[in-house]
Design a protein around this ligand. Sequence first.
Ligand SMILES: Nc1ncnc2c1ncn2[C@@H]1O[C@H](COP(=O)(O)OP(=O)(O)O)[C@@H](O)[C@H]1O
Ligand SMILES: [Mg+2]
Length: 295
Amino acid sequence: MLLHGKKTKIMIETNFTEDIIEEINEIINIPAKKIAVDIKNVTVSFKGKRGIYTAIENISLTIQKGEIISFIGHSGCGKSTLMNTISGMATPTSGEVIANGSKVKGPGPDRGVVFQNYSLLPWLSVYKNIKVAVDSVFKQKTQEEKTALIEKNLKMVNLWDHRDKLPGHLSGGMKQRVAIARAFAIDPKVLLLDEPFGALDALTKSSMHVELLKMWNIDHREKTIVMVTHDIEEAIFLSDRIVVMNNGPAATIREIVDVHLPRPRNKKDIVHDPVYMEIHDRLLNLLIDKFSIND
Ligand SMILES: Nc1ncnc2c1ncn2[C@@H]1O[C@H](COP(=O)(O)OP(=O)(O)O)[C@@H](O)[C@H]1O
Ligand SMILES: [Mg+2]
């Protein structure tokens, strides 16, 4: 009852705020939120030995500035392909992606990417891995400014004491934190995370979720975070919306699930929240349903 009462109160407050925003917008005629990424009717096909394979087809999705959004779906359904159309590493066969107001034509510093395999330069120390990225993006900054930026981001992920180590001498979780610190150091407007925590043990994964949200909060929740995951709990804990994809070929968006859980979220508490349970059940049904179709 108590939880139910709390939930009802939050929903009423949210509706009230939206009403006011809508009214103001009507008067001054501006959109309430800024669009960070606009995926417009995107299809990606690959040419192979056996002909053309369409991975994703006619996908449209608008992502707001400051939003945390997850793509979830079975392996091979096209999550990375969709993500790569935002990063600029995959070119749509038809359709287009607009990121931060410009058509995506290739990778750019406004979009930072963290891959599952860390992608660190193995011959450079933790510090230098970040320095290389900072040097290439902030050519106009002074050396002191760049040093301060590297220090701030390494301290943020608790790796300052390990700054002289080579990636080969770090644990998987530490390497992943270097990759995240590097992506944050270049201060992209949009942070793209492709299964960033997939290879981590449960405890490290859990603390990385908290680190990620801490960094997002420090930045006044202005960074847009787009994440690929297989993990339902991770998706709910972190996201504002979860995009569930159909299996390929020609994968589309099956459903977009809103996560109406107030922030900050407490990992231990939210699992008992009826809203969490409802979302969890919905995602499970959508994903298990797909197994039964295929088997
Ligand atoms: N460069 C490529 N050339 C040919 N096929 C590709 C390429 N990239 C991805 N694919 C195919 O597209 C489909 C979607 O892949 P991907 O986006 O990596 O899936 P996910 O990230 O969901 O596991 C898969 O069938 C994969 O084999
Ligand atoms: Mg993938």
